[in-house]
Design a protein around this ligand. Structure first.
Ligand code: GUN
Length: 278
């Protein structure tokens, strides 16, 4: 049976390390404030935002919430970001996505000062990631690298297939695995013979947003399987993009949902916030 990659434990370990670093920085008179912006009242976003604020409180970072109504205009949101960019007391700015349809997400992401972009979504930070310069890295893919490393899974030389090509997960994930010297293939909804391709993977990372899409057919015996998806199944239980019960017997290690990748996203956000203090 596969090793369970315990994201809950690993994220807790990271948060405790960060808490100690924040306490040491406080001794030097350094502190950090994260501004968290949510527009509208999407229920899932509210849960994520709340978890982010709780994590800040745990590690000793101040968080300031800006909960804006659904009908907030793009101009109003951009004006708030401009204000926060100029505020020296604010180290990090996070705009929870998705935004209401009348607001241009790309424009909002570009408006955030790259030095405060703790989500790592600004094109300047994405560009730095691609060319291997220091900058903020998108939290979910950065968290997956930590999960692999802290679970003792070697990456260099392995064949990695990333299923999904979003700007937030799939693309930065592929670049990070390449940086770790994996041989990387990015697959997506138009990929031909996807099960055959996935069966070449030593490390299969799935972020396609389709519940329990990946079955045993997609898995090479002994592969490491990382599941980024989070959905509700027909019985209202949380599930991922991977059919865990079917896949786990064939994998050497696998992330559960919940308790796998999810908690790591927040741990890495906290890591990025601590980076703003240095
Ligand atoms: N929505 C889904 N994931 C994320 C994330 O990592 N950051 C932000 N800001 N919004 C999200």
């Amino acid at each position: 049976m596969a090793q369970t990659i315990d994201g809950k434990r690993i994220s807790q370990e990271m948060k405790d390390e960060l808490k100690a670093r924040v306490a040491a920085l406080a001794e030097e008179g350094k502190e950090a404030t994260l501004a968290v912006i949510q527009v509208g009242d999407d229920a899932a976003s509210a849960v994520y935002v709340n978890n982010k604020k709780k994590a800040c409180a745990y590690i000793g970072i101040k968080s300031v919430s800006h909960e804006l109504p659904e009908e907030t205009t793009e101009e109003e949101l951009l004006a708030l970001i401009d204000h926060l960019n100029r505020d020296d007391a604010v180290n990090g700015i996070l705009v929870q996505l998705p935004l209401p349809a009348h607001i241009d997400e790309d424009k909002v992401i570009r408006a955030i000062d790259p030095a405060k972009d703790v989500d790592g979504f600004h094109p300047e930070n994405v560009g730095k990631l691609v060319i291997g310069e220091p900058g903020f890295v998108s939290c979910t893919p950065a968290g997956i690298i930590q999960l692999l490393k802290r679970s003792g899974i070697a990456i260099a030389g392995k064949r990695c297939v990333v299923v999904g090509r979003s700007n937030i997960v799939g693309k930065p994930m592929a670049i990070l695995m390449l940086r770790e010297n994996a041989t990387v293939t990015v697959a997506h909804s138009k990929t031909k013979d996807l099960p055959d391709l996935c069966r070449e993977a030593d490390i299969l990372i799935v972020a396609i947003g389709k519940p329990q899409f990946i079955t045993a057919d997609y898995i090479k015996e002994g592969a490491v399987v990382i599941d980024v998806g989070i959905h509700r199944d027909e019985k209202n239980r949380l599930c991922g993009d991977v059919d865990y019960e079917a896949v786990a017997p064939h994998a050497s290690a696998i992330t559960p949902v919940p308790g796998g990748v999810g908690p790591m996203t927040i741990a890495m956000l906290m890591y990025n916030c601590v980076e703003t203090m240095l």
